[in-house]
Ligand binder design. Sequence first.
Ligand code: SF4
Length: 359
Amino acid sequence: MDYRITAEERAAYKLCRRQWDFSSPHRQNLEPVEPPAAAVSAALREALAVYYFPGMWDWSSQIVLPLVRQAFIRAVAGQPPSAERSLNFDLGTALLERYLAWAPSLDDFGPVRVETEVEAMVPDADAPDRGLCTPDGCAVLYLDTVELLAIDAHDELWVVSHRVVDAWSDPRTLLLDERAVAACWAWEQCYLGMGVAGTIHTELLASPAGGLGSPPSATATGRPGRGGYPQHEGSGGGRGVGVPERASAVAARLTDPERTTVHTSGPVRRTHIRRGRAEIEQAGLRVATEARELLDPALSIYPSPGRHCLRCVFDAPCVALDEGADPALDLVARYRAREASRPARLGSGGRGGLLPPAP
Ligand code: SF4
């Protein structure tokens, strides 16, 4: 059986090895019996997968927006019952309505795919033209789910993500968003020939200060309604992306485009970051180096305390270990084996723009 490393597992490993050891499906594979309250951003992500679903991108807003709101309500209703769920509903509704009002003034692309799972073969860091294998000969794969792949007017592809933030991020932190760059690498490995130009980071302010005023009536592309590029135009997501780039669109590209551009409209900010070939390839090599660490039976496991501990669901057994106690009883009482299945999502069954066959 292939050895799969998810983007979440990789992030957990880099944050704190002890937390990763508790949660990784390749280690103790534990999750709390009482799941923590789900974040509002998870429900918003479900709603935006409907908003940007390529098959409905050209539909009237009067049809699509109710479906978007329904998807959000369904996502919140599916979260574990808790006081936070009601808060999530109120906050998320306000955030979603703001996004629906302001995003058209920033959307300068057409959606190609939403919520697409990518699975890339991890190279051997010592011989990058070969795949890394476990000691018993199984392939090592890296998995992530790309929230949105979009195409711009110049036929360039972008990996797009959305985040709810308390304050705008420093662009330097977005430049160093290695999960996003690794997603570009994984996409290119999964769909050969589909080079990714960069990443688009969308931030939605949770609590904008002061009055926002009215949202702009003009869209970024001049297209009425939700803006963006329509599906029936060459420069939209409807065109099969396996089709070669149009010569006219390639010729119209800037010869020396800005590495980073930031556009803000009310409570929404978009940061476009171009990712070069070397940067994307380096991301793959970094995944390869870390994968070899994960496979090392002699890997040291130690805690890395920090602010992230406030959100850690393994804080009690972690403290017990630090005190020299045996957390076994606590682990049996409060944790269970993590379930492997993930809910089916719109677009995860191969819907959206036409893609070249996987290698
Ligand atoms: S509480 Fe902090 S140090 Fe302990 S496992 Fe969790 S993240 Fe790591």
